[in-house]
Design a protein around this ligand. Structure first.
Ligand code: HEM
Length: 255
């Protein structure tokens, strides 16, 4: 019975992971392609004609951000991290560089945006949170706090994934507008989607962190450190298996 629950949990984890990875890959490839080939005609947002570098800022933002979106799901795979710790470290560094480049360009894109003040504020807040969670993820792993690093990376990737949520909400919103709410404008739908894209993801990430990281840790503490650590994908692994950047030592983990 216990094994059945475990295998069901594992199936759920892989289904969720598959959905996450496939939607991330689809949005990343779809989003980056026109900017990667320099096809200005296929730019999807209105540009400020008075700002020559507006298109450039979107392109410099879209390409590394898409790469970060693509890499993210693989970094959460315990098996990959444990078997290939070097690949996890290299991919992690590439991810971090991509987020720094993507967020710097996002600041310009948000400042020049002609989509409206509310969208600009949403994107500024998203950029600040994107950078803050990245810095925390970097600082914790440098100190060897593996589980805290994992918590900050879950938060960070939830924000990266806002790009997928935004496109889903935009599509749903436009379908609702066409069929049920004709009085809504495109701007109404875009503004609501921009805010919901990261607020909902943050709530889901915090729920996941409590259920999958904090609760098992609290239970372990209650059991006086006799129980093994949770891998986060429904499997149980020894604490040592998730050391600093997957190097094999969990000794300094303070969570
Ligand atoms: C999570 C932090 C992010 C922030 C703060 C951010 C910010 C922005 C801003 C301000 C714009 C211009 C919007 C406008 O003027 O209306 C934009 C557009 C865009 N962003 Fe992001 N973005 C983020 C993540 C991503 C990611 C992860 C991708 C990868 C797919 C991405 C891909 C794009 C693309 C392709 C555009 C051009 C519009 C479009 O084709 O839909 N962004 N972003």
């Amino acid at each position: 019975m216990k094994d059945l629950t475990k295998s069901t949990r594992r199936r759920w984890w892989w289904t969720l992971w598959g959905l996450l990875a496939v939607s991330a890959a689809a949005v990343a490839l779809y989003s980056a392609e026109p900017y990667a080939v320099g096809d200005v005609e296929r730019n999807r947002i209105p540009l400020d004609p008075g700002v020559a570098s507006h298109y450039l800022s979107i392109a410099v933002h879209a390409i590394p951000s898409s790469l970060a979106l693509l890499i993210g799901p693989f970094q959460f795979l315990t098996r990959f991290r444990v078997r290939y710790p070097r690949a996890h470290r290299v991919a992690g560094r590439v991810y971090m560089v991509c987020v720094v480049l993507g967020s710097m360009a996002a600041l310009f894109a948000a400042a020049f945006s002609v989509s409206g003040f509310s969208v600009q504020v949403a994107f500024f807040i998203l950029t600040a949170a994107w950078l803050y969670t990245l810095v925390q993820a970097f600082r914790t792993i440098r100190r060897g706090e593996v589980r805290l690093h994992r918590v900050w990376m879950i938060r960070n990737y939830a924000l990266t994934f806002a790009s997928v949520s935004l496109r889903i909400y935009l599509g749903l919103g436009l379908a609702l507008q066409a069929n049920y709410f004709p009085s809504l404008t495109f701007d109404d739908v875009y503004h609501a989607s921009a805010w919901a894209s990261f607020l909902v993801n943050v709530l889901v990430a915090e729920y996941f962190i409590v259920q999958r990281v904090l609760r098992p840790a609290a239970r372990r503490q209650g059991a006086a450190g006799t129980a093994p650590a949770s891998a986060g994908d429904g499997r149980r692994v020894p604490v040592d298996a998730v050391g600093p950047a997957g190097s094999g030592s969990g000794a300094r983990d303070r969570t």
